[in-house]
Each structure stands twice: as structure tokens, then as C-alpha cells.
Design a protein around this ligand. Structure first.
Ligand SMILES: [Zn+2]
Length: 336
């Protein structure tokens, strides 16, 4: 009996997900997103599935450049307007549904996206972790992913190790990497996992489609730091980005999406007008001033991509929906 229950618990959310692939695109046709801003965030892009399978990088969104182009075409075909954060300042109305593209971390492979946004003439914001750019340093979660994958460790164990490290400050994480993999582990393996170089970033900002944003200096998960340290992380990164590009960043993406009241205060006090979290929700328009420093973003994951964040865009996730249904059935049974 226990085994049957266990197998229902594991297969039911997958079934809901599969049904969603057919039903969600239909439901989305009836959902009015005219007064909504949908912000999407990406990390690395792959030129092909073959490149992804080299395991030089934690695939995260799993996204190839073709899928990224499909993503843009989908929203253009559905009459969404791609906007930049500055467009929110006068308080845009609800005449057209809006979308925004953001990339986190500062991977060189984001150059693959650059050709596409230039081709379609749409804006994107690139949030840069400045220390990695300065030192041509691989990102710590990729180091864990690529070394552990090579050791034959399961994805579940890798995710647990990454999750464990996210509760620490950057100096602890740096030491952990050195202890476990050696100092050489910070060296990128290829163009797939390396960050932008300083000159590449500088060139990128010459494009009219590109805005540069702050992603802290050390990819600091800000809720692990005190207010003074938060300000240092934001200001150090701003200083480097200003020196490199001649422009102050327009906003910040909170690493790992983590924020609290103090983080929001530190962000405003540092002079930022916009900040982004990773709550899988759209933003109702027009956006009230206080919400500009806490904008929600969808992660575009290719396993959920038909059609692009559709589960969250409809306000549900398969596993949470199943858990909710189960709870509802159990409580109505106990009332009988
Ligand atoms: Zn990040």
C-alpha cells in the first residue's frame, strides 16, 4: 500500500505536467496579460544540445540558442512588446502586454543571445558578477557541477551540495572550492563556462540593445550578509562596471533571487531604481514605485517551455498543484 502511494505521489505531478503541455497553450489564449509585465531570466546559452552535453557548465535553464530564438518569436507573434527597465519609469499603461529579457551572471556564451536580440531589435539586460569578469574565474556552482559530474555523482547529490553552499558567504564558498578541488578549479574549461572578459563586456555595451546591471561583486546571496556588507557588494560592483563601461548600472538582480527588508533598503540607499528577484510571477502594470526594486521574474526552463513559463504564467506548478489537491481530498475525507 505504501509503495502504491509512493508511486502515485511521484507520477501524478508528472502527469499533470504532461497534460499541461496540451492544455496550457489553449488556456493561455484566453488569459489576458495585457496589463502584465513578464520578466524572464536566463543564465548560460548553448549553441547546441551537443555542447550542453559536454558538461562544462551547470545547464540550469538548459537552453540552446535556437530555443532562445523560438522564445522571442513566440512572444512577438503573440503581440508582446519587449521593453527595457527604464520604460517602466513614467509608468507604462496596459495597451500591450509587455515582456523583458534578462541574463544573470555574465557568461561569455551570452554572446550567442546578442546576435538574436540585435536581429529582432529587442532590448535585454545583462547582470554581471564583477569578480568573475575581473579574474576570469569560473562560477562556483559550475565548478561543483562539472567536477562532480566527472566523478559520476548523481544530479540530486550535486543539487544538495550547491544548496548547502548557498547559505554561506563567498569566502566560505571559495575555501570550500579550494579544499575540495584545488585553486586551479577556478580556471574555466572553455568558452562554454567562462565569463566575459573586460574588453568583451565593454564592446557589448556599445550596442543600443544592451543594458548592464549589477549582480554584486562576489555573487553574494545578500540575505547572508549584514547591511554594511550588502552595500559594499553593490557599490564595488557598480564601481567596476562604471570604470569599464562609463555608465552606472540601471538595476540589480539579487543573486539566487534572495532578498528581505534590509536588502530592499540597502538597494534603494545605493541609488538603484530597479531590482529583480526570482519569484515566478508576472508584474501587474502600471508598477507602483515601491515594487520597482522587487520585480518578479520567470525562469524559462525548456522542460516547461511549451509555451514559455506557462505553468507559472497560469499561476500553478504541477507538484504544488498536486500537493494542494491531495491536501484538499484528505481534509474533505476527514470531515466525512
Ligand atoms: Zn546569478
Amino acid at each position: 500500500m505504501k509503495n502504491i502511494k509512493k508511486s502515485i505521489d511521484s507520477s501524478a505531478p508528472k502527469l499533470i505536467e504532461k497534460l499541461g503541455y496540451f492544455i496550457n497553450p489553449i488556456l493561455l489564449n484566453f488569459k489576458n496579460e495585457r496589463n502584465q509585465l513578464l520578466v524572464f531570466y536566463f543564465h548560460g546559452l548553448f549553441d547546441s544540445v551537443k555542447q550542453r552535453d559536454l558538461n562544462h557548465i551547470d545547464p540550469q535553464n538548459n537552453m540552446t540558442v535556437t530555443q532562445f530564438a523560438d522564445f522571442i518569436e513566440y512572444f512577438l507573434n503573440h503581440k508582446y512588446k519587449f521593453i527595457r527597465p527604464e520604460d517602466l519609469l513614467p509608468g507604462i499603461g496596459n495597451e500591450q502586454p509587455s515582456a523583458m529579457i534578462t541574463f544573470d551572471d555574465g557568461y561569455f556564451n551570452n554572446m550567442l543571445a546578442f546576435d538574436i536580440i540585435a536581429k529582432y531589435g529587442i532590448p535585454a539586460v545583462f547582470f554581471i558578477t564583477t569578480k568573475n569578469i575581473k579574474e576570469n574565474r569560473s562560477f562556483w556552482w559550475d565548478i561543483i557541477y562539472k567536477f562532480r559530474t566527472k566523478q559520476g555523482i548523481s544530479l540530486e547529490t550535486i543539487r544538495n551540495e550547491q544548496r548547502y553552499l548557498k547559505s554561506f558567504k563567498y569566502d566560505y564558498i571559495d575555501n570550500y572550492i579550494i579544499q575540495n578541488f584545488g585553486i586551479e578549479a577556478f580556471k574555466p574549461w572553455s568558452d562554454i563556462d567562462r565569463p566575459f572578459s573586460e574588453s568583451e563586456l565593454k564592446n557589448l555595451t556599445n550596442s543600443p540593445f544592451v543594458s548592464i546591471g549589477n549582480h554584486t561583486h562576489n555573487h553574494a546571496i545578500l540575505t547572508n550578509y549584514d547591511k554594511k556588507e550588502m552595500a559594499e557588494e553593490l557599490m564595488e560592483s557598480n564601481k567596476i562596471l562604471f570604470d569599464l563601461t562609463g555608465t552606472l548600472p540601471i538595476g540589480v538582480a539579487y543573486p539566487n533571487g534572495n532578498y528581505n527588508k534590509v536588502v530592499l533598503e540597502a538597494t534603494e540607499e545605493a541609488g538603484f531604481k530597479f531590482a529583480f528577484n526570482t519569484k515566478q510571477k508576472s508584474n501587474p502594470l502600471p508598477i507602483e514605485h515601491q515594487n520597482l526594486i522587487c520585480l518578479n521574474r520567470f525562469m524559462t526552463n525548456t522542460s516547461k517551455i511549451n509555451k514559455f513559463g506557462s505553468f507559472c504564467r497560469l499561476g500553478y506548478e504541477p507538484d504544488l498543484l498536486y500537493a494542494g489537491l491531495k491536501k484538499g481530498i484528505l481534509s474533505s475525507n476527514s470531515r466525512k
